[in-house]
Design a protein around this ligand. Sequence first.
Ligand SMILES: Cc1cc2nc3c(=O)[nH]c(=O)nc-3n(C[C@H](O)[C@H](O)[C@H](O)COP(=O)(O)O)c2cc1C
Length: 215
Amino acid sequence: MNRYKIVCLVLSVALLASLARLAVTANGEKACCGKHSAEAKSSVVLQNILNRKSVRSFTDRPVSREQLDTLLRAAMAAPTGRDMRPWKFVVVQGRAEMDSLAQRLPYAKMLTEATAAVIVCGDLSVLSKEGKPSTNWTFDCSAATENLLLMAEAMGLGAVWTGVHPYEDRLSVVKAALGLPEHIVPLNVVPIGYPKGTPQPKDKFDAANIHYNRW
Ligand SMILES: Cc1cc2nc3c(=O)[nH]c(=O)nc-3n(C[C@H](O)[C@H](O)[C@H](O)COP(=O)(O)O)c2cc1C
């Protein structure tokens, strides 16, 4: 082997070694940054969950149609039993409509200040493969409601779940006010708006509520 060939061989080995090191570093960095971005993302999500609170007082700044669409997009991303999605959402806007609903719902008086409301309803006409209405609609609509409340928090809006189902008096008021057909059952009324003041979330974490493996 002449000197020229030896130099070429040494340079090739050095080049391969550099490429290998580069590949390892790039992968390492990817893993490291992926880990950091997952941590950052989960921290943002946790903070949003912990910051959510029931908001019952609102400014008169209106909530836009786009914001309502985003809230409903989040709501409908919720999980549902057998993926039945047995829900309908009625959006109420307009001072007269909101005030009229508030007048008849003592537990939802904050509707007089809210600029919009979403009524989350179970749809009993959505049938399973066996032709039966969902047995899980209250859970499904509850999951959708929580998604909506969390999205509202993330958007700087305030909202509160006010219960309708299973109270007969509230059910009849909401059904009549909104002209709901028999198969549509309102689970709740969620007044929405920009929060007035600075409502604070409650810290509800309690380690005593947790049991590992056995009671
Ligand atoms: C099923 C259910 C029904 C509720 N009904 C009402 C209601 O009718 N009126 C009201 O002001 N708040 C209502 N709330 C809101 C609770 O009072 C509130 O979530 C609770 O006090 C905890 O406060 P936080 O939401 O700020 O964490 C209801 C919440 C749930 C989950």
